[in-house]
Write a protein that binds this ligand. Structure first.
Ligand code: ADP
Length: 877
C-alpha cells in the first residue's frame, strides 16, 4: 500500500513542480537539502555525499538526498551555475514561532522559491567574471519552410543591454559565435536547431537551451515589451518584424520569470542589421584566436594583446568589438577618427585613462540595485564614479575645439548625474562602505537628525542620561541623580534633605514614583521616552537607515537612464582610449578603410606573435582586386602566421582600430573564412578529412567576391593525389568564379603551375637560406615558389637522430630521381576533368620498407607522425 508523502516532502514536490528545470535547494534549518534526481547531479558536481531521506510518514526507503550548509550556499550555487545548471532557492518564509502562532502547534514552516539562478541571468559580482559577459539569448523563428527564419535577441541582465537581429538557419551559428552566450531560451519548435548551433560553437547546446512556449506567443511577447518599457504601444521601439517582437518579448518574459517578476532597467533594443557585422564563422574565430588562443588562453589571443582597458566594462565592450567588427565604412571611420585624436594627444589620453580607472562598473551596480540585490557599496561606486565625471568630460572637451562626433556624443552622455552624485555624497558615509545592508553604518553622520539621535542612543546612553540629569538639575535648582533599578527602570532621585532644605516642591512635570526613607523618586515624560528609545534604539536605527536607503534607491531609479548612458559612455571612451594606447605603444598605423576591393598592407605584422618574438619579420601583402596568393615554403617558415596576420589586420581595420603595419588600404569585407589545421577535430569523432571537406564546402558555398578567404594546407587530410586534385580544383573555383581576396598556403608545389594560367593567381614563398645543409628561416615573404620542402632539414632541426636524417636524405634523393624518371605527374595535365588516376604510380616490386617509404608524403608529415613512422620502419627492419 502506498504511504502518503510526509508534509515536508509534499511541500518540496510543489516547489520542484514549479521549477522542473532547476535544481531545487530546499531550506531545512541550517541546511539546504537537494532531493531526488537533483541530489545525484549535485553530489556529483559539488563532490558531496549522497544519502537518503525518508519521504513518507512511516517505513519507506526514502529518496536520494544531499545537503549544503546554508552559510556556504553561495559557493555551491556558483559551482552548479558554472556547470550550466539552474538553481531554485526555496527559503523558509516564516519562523517556526510565526508558523505556530498562525496555524497551531506542529504547523509546517512555509517555504517558497524566492530566487531562480540561471547562467544567463546573473547579477552578483561573485558569479560574474568582471571582464566578460554572460548573455541571455532568445531565438524565435518560423520553421514553416524548410529553413528556419527568425530573430535572435540578447540581453545582458547585469547591465540592461538588449539587442536583436534577424537570423536564418544558415547564419545562426555565426551570429551566436559573436555573442558570449550564457543561456538560451526558445519555443519547442526551434529547440534542436538552437542547441545544435550552440554546440557548433563549442558549447553544450542541449544543456544551455531551455524551452518555453508560453512567453513567445504574440500576445505574451507584446505584453512583456509593454511592461518592460512602460509603453501602451510597442510601435515606438522600432522592432522590424513579428519575429523580432516575439524574440525580444520572449526574452524579457523569461528574464522576468527568473527574476521573480522584477527587471533591471532595460535599454531600448539595439537593432543590428544582419549585414552590419563582419561575418566570422565559429571555426574561423577559433583559428584566428580572436578572443582566446587555441589552448584556451585569453592572454595569447588578439583580445589579449589589445586589452589594456582601464575598466572592466571597457574590457567587456572591447571583447564585443573584437567579436563583431563592422562593415559600414562610416561607422568604422567614426571610431577610427576618435582613436586618431587620442593617439595624437598622448597626455590627454593618459589623463583620460587615469580618470577612467577611478570609475566603477556602473551598469552592473544599477542592475543589482534595481533588482533589490544591491549593497551600500554599489551606491558608493555610483558616488565615486559621479565625482570623476566632470573631470573626465572636461578632459575630452579640451582635446579639440570641435570633437569628432563619436567623442562629442559620449562626452555629452557624461552629463546629468550632478544631482544624484551630490545626494549620494551627502548621504553616504566615507568608504569603505559595508557590503551588506544589515551591517548598517552607511549613512553619513549629520545627514539625518533622527538617525543621528538613534545612533547616539546606542553608543552614548550614559551621555544622554547625564545630559537629562544636568538639564533637570538646572531647571529645578536641586542636586539630583538619574538612577536605574529593575522595578522602576530609570528615575530621578532627590534626597529628602535636598527637597526639604530647599523648601521646594518638585516641578510640575515630575511624576512621583516612590518615596524611600532617604529619597523621593520621580520620572518625567522625557525620561520615559528616552528609556523606551534606549531599549529599541538599535533596531530603530537600522530601520531608519533602510528608509534612507530606499530613498536613495528611488533617486537611483529616477536617474537610471542617465546612469546607463554614463556607463555606455565610460565603456566606449575606455575602448577608444585603449585602442589609441595600444596603437601608440606599438607604432601601428591607421588604415585607409573604404568600400573598394583593396587589400594592400605594407610591412604587416601578426599582432600576437610579434608581441612575443622580438625580431618579427614584417611582410607586405596585396590582394587588391581579388588576388589569390599561392604561398609555399617549408614547415615552420611562417606560412600560417602570415595567413592569420592578414586576416587579423582586416579584422582590426573593421573594428576601427589601427593596424600593425606601416601602411594599409583595406576595402571592407563581408566575411572572413578560414580553413586551417588538419588534426584538430579528432576529439569530435569526425575524420580529419571529412571535417576539412565540410569546411571547404561551407567556404565555397558562402564566400562572395567581397569576402576574404585564407586556406592553409588544403587537401592534407587525404592521400597526396586526392589532396592535390581537390586543392587544385578549389584554387580554380575561387580564382575564376568567386574572385575574392584569398591566401592559399600549400605544400603542393605542383599548384604553382597555376600562376599565369588562371587570372589573379600569383606565387609567393616564405624565404629560407640554405647554409651547409642546414636551413635558416628568414620569415620573409617574396615573389616566387619554394624550390623544395626541406622536410629533412626541418627534421634535423627538430632533433631527429643524425643517422635517420642522413638515411632520409639519401632516400629522398632516390625518390626524386625515380619520380622524375617516370614522370609521375605532369602538372599541366592535371585539371579537375583530367583525372589524375592515370598518373598514379603503379605498384612496383620492392621490399615493404621501401614500398612504405615511397607512399609517404614527407612534406605533409607532422613531427609526431614522422617519429611514429620511424618506429614503425625500424620495427619492420
Ligand atoms: P608554417 O605555417 O610555415 O609551418 P608558422 O607560421 O607556424 O609556420 O611559423 C612558425 C614559427 O615561426 C612561429 O611560431 C613563429 O614563432 C615564427 N615566425 C613566423 N612568422 C614569423 C615572422 N614573420 N617573423 C619572425 N618569426 C616568425
Amino acid at each position: 500500500m502506498a504511504v502518503a508523502d510526509s508534509p515536508v516532502i509534499q511541500q518540496y514536490k510543489r516547489a520542484k513542480a514549479q521549477y522542473p528545470q532547476a535544481i531545487v535547494m530546499f531550506r531545512m534549518g541550517d541546511f539546504y537539502e537537494i532531493l531526488g534526481d537533483d541530489a545525484a547531479i549535485a553530489s556529483d558536481v559539488l563532490k558531496i555525499t549522497l544519502t537518503r531521506r525518508r519521504t513518507a510518514q512511516a517505513g519507506d526507503e526514502g529518496i536520494p538526498m544531499c545537503g549544503v550548509p546554508y552559510h556556504a550556499a553561495e559557493g555551491y550555487i556558483g559551482k552548479l551555475l558554472e556547470a550550466n545548471y539552474k538553481v531554485a532557492l526555496a527559503e523558509q518564509t516564516e519562523t517556526p514561532e510565526q508558523a505556530k502562532k498562525a496555524r497551531g502547534s506542529g504547523a509546517l514552516v512555509n517555504r517558497e522559491v524566492i530566487r531562480l539562478y540561471t547562467p544567463g541571468t546573473l547579477t552578483e559580482e561573485s558569479y560574474l567574471p568582471a571582464e566578460s559577459s554572460r548573455l541571455l539569448v532568445a531565438l524565435y523563428g518560423s520553421t514553416e519552410t524548410n529553413r528556419m527564419e527568425g530573430a535572435l535577441a540578447w540581453m545582458d541582465v547585469s547591465t540592461g543591454d538588449v539587442g536583436v537581429r534577424s537570423v536564418t538557419q544558415g547564419s545562426l551559428p555565426m551570429v551566436l559565435a559573436g555573442l558570449s552566450v550564457g543561456e538560451g531560451v526558445t519555443p519547442p519548435e526551434t529547440e534542436t536547431l538552437f542547441a545544435q548551433a550552440l554546440t557548433q560553437n563549442g558549447a553544450d547546446g542541449r544543456r544551455l537551451v531551455s524551452v518555453h512556449p508560453g512567453i513567445f506567443t504574440p500576445h505574451a511577447a507584446q505584453e512583456s515589451l509593454k511592461r518592460a518599457y512602460g509603453l501602451a504601444d510597442i510601435g515606438g521601439l522600432g522592432l522590424p518584424d513579428e519575429a523580432a517582437v516575439r524574440a525580444v518579448g520572449g526574452l524579457i518574459g523569461y528574464a522576468e520569470l527568473t527574476q521573480m517578476g522584477k527587471l533591471p532597467r532595460l535599454k531600448v533594443p539595439s537593432l543590428v542589421a544582419s549585414t552590419a557585422r563582419l561575418s566570422i564563422d565559429p571555426r574561423t574565430r577559433r583559428n584566428l584566436e580572436l578572443t582566446e588562443s587555441l589552448a584556451g588562453r585569453r592572454a595569447d589571443s588578439l583580445l589579449g594583446v589589445l586589452d589594456a582597458c582601464a575598466t572592466s566594462a571597457g574590457a567587456r565592450l572591447l571583447a564585443r568589438w573584437v567579436a563583431e567588427p563592422l562593415t559600414d565604412v562610416a561607422a568604422i571611420a567614426a571610431r577610427a577618427e576618435a582613436v586618431t585624436l587620442l593617439v595624437t594627444h598622448a597626455e590627454a589620453r593618459t589623463n583620460l585613462r587615469n580618470h577612467l580607472r577611478e570609475t566603477g562598473d556602473v551598469a552592473r551596480c544599477v542592475s543589482r540595485l534595481l533588482l533589490g540585490r544591491g549593497s551600500p557599496r554599489d551606491l558608493g561606486v555610483l558616488r565615486s564614479t559621479g565625482t570623476v565625471l566632470p573631470g573626465l568630460a572636461s578632459t575630452i572637451q579640451a582635446l579639440a575645439p570641435k570633437l569628432p562626433p563619436l567623442l562629442a556624443h559620449h562626452a555629452a552622455q557624461l552629463q546629468g548625474l550632478g544631482k544624484l552624485t551630490a545626494k549620494l555624497a551627502e548621504a553616504l558615509a566615507d568608504d569603505p562602505l559595508p557590503a551588506l545592508i544589515r551591517e548598517g553604518g552607511f549613512v553619513r553622520q549629520g545627514y539625518d537628525a533622527e538617525l543621528d539621535h538613534l545612533r547616539a542612543m546606542v553608543t552614548d546612553s550614559t551621555g544622554l542620561l547625564e545630559a537629562l540629569e544636568r538639564k533637570e538639575a538646572a531647571a529645578s535648582g536641586m542636586a539630583l541623580k538619574v538612577k536605574y533599578n529593575q522595578v522602576w527602570g530609570y528615575y530621578l532621585e532627590v534626597t529628602k534633605a535636598q527637597l526639604e532644605s530647599a523648601g521646594q516642591t518638585p516641578p510640575a512635570h515630575w511624576v512621583h514614583r516612590q518615596t524611600t526613607t532617604q529619597a523621593h523618586r520621580y520620572t518625567t515624560p522625557e525620561l520615559m521616552a528616552l528609556e523606551r528609545d534606549l531599549g529599541s534604539a538599535g533596531a530603530q536605527a537600522q530601520r531608519r537607515e533602510e528608509e534612507i536607503l530606499a530613498e536613495l534607491l528611488e533617486a537611483v531609479k529616477a536617474h537610471s537612464m542617465a546612469l546607463l548612458d554614463v556607463s555606455e559612455a565610460l565603456a566606449t571612451l575606455d575602448v577608444l582610449a585603449n585602442l589609441a594606447h595600444v596603437a601608440a605603444r606599438q607604432t601601428w598605423v591607421r588604415p585607409v578603410v573604404d568600400a573598394s576591393d583593396a587589400f594592400d598592407v605594407e610591412n604587416g605584422k601578426h599582432p600576437v606573435v610579434a608581441s612575443k618574438v622580438g625580431d618579427f619579420m614584417p611582410n607586405g601583402c596585396n590582394l587588391t582586386g581579388g588576388q589569390l596568393w599561392l604561398l609555399t615554403g617549408p614547415n615552420m617558415a611562417g606560412k600560417s602566421t602570415f595567413l592569420r596576420q592578414n586576416a587579423l589586420i582586416l579584422i582590426l581595420a573593421q573594428m576601427g582600430s589601427y593596424v600593425p603595419a606601416t601602411r594599409a588600404h583595406i576595402g571592407v569585407a563581408d566575411a572572413v573564412f578560414s580553413r586551417i589545421g588538419a588534426a584538430d577535430d579528432l576529439a569530435a569523432g569526425q575524420s580529419t578529412f571529412m571535417v576539412e571537406m565540410v569546411e571547404t564546402a561551407q567556404i565555397l558555398n558562402r564566400a562572395t567576391p567581397k569576402s576574404m578567404v585564407i586556406l592553409d594546407e588544403l587537401g592534407r587530410g587525404t592521400a597526396t593525389y586526392d589532396g592535390l586534385a581537390i586543392a587544385w580544383a578549389c584554387v580554380e573555383d575561387i580564382a575564376t568564379r568567386l574572385g575574392c581576396r584569398t591566401l592559399f598556403a600549400t605544400h603542393y608545389h605542383e599548384l604553382t603551375a597555376l600562376e599565369g594560367t588562371l587570372p589573379r593567381v600569383s606565387c609567393w614563398q616564405v624565404a629560407i637560406k640554405e647554409w651547409k645543409g642546414d636551413i635558416i628561416f628568414l620569415h620573409r615573404v617574396e615573389k616566387g615558389a619554394a624550390t623544395g620542402s626541406y622536410g629533412v632539414q626541418v627534421a634535423k632541426l627538430a632533433g631527429v637522430p643524425a643517422q635517420v636524417v642522413a638515411r632520409a636524405a639519401g632516400l629522398l634523393e632516390g625518390f626524386t630521381k625515380t619520380s622524375r624518371g617516370r614522370g609521375v605527374m605532369r602538372v599541366d595535365e592535371l585539371s579537375l576533368f583530367a583525372a589524375p588516376v592515370a598518373a598514379m604510380p603503379e605498384t612496383p616490386q620492392e621490399n615493404p620498407i621501401e614500398a612504405k617509404l615511397k607512399r609517404v608524403d614527407v612534406d605533409s608529415l607532422t613531427a609526431r607522425e614522422a617519429l611514429n613512422m620511424l618506429y614503425e620502419l625500424k620495427g619492420m627492419a
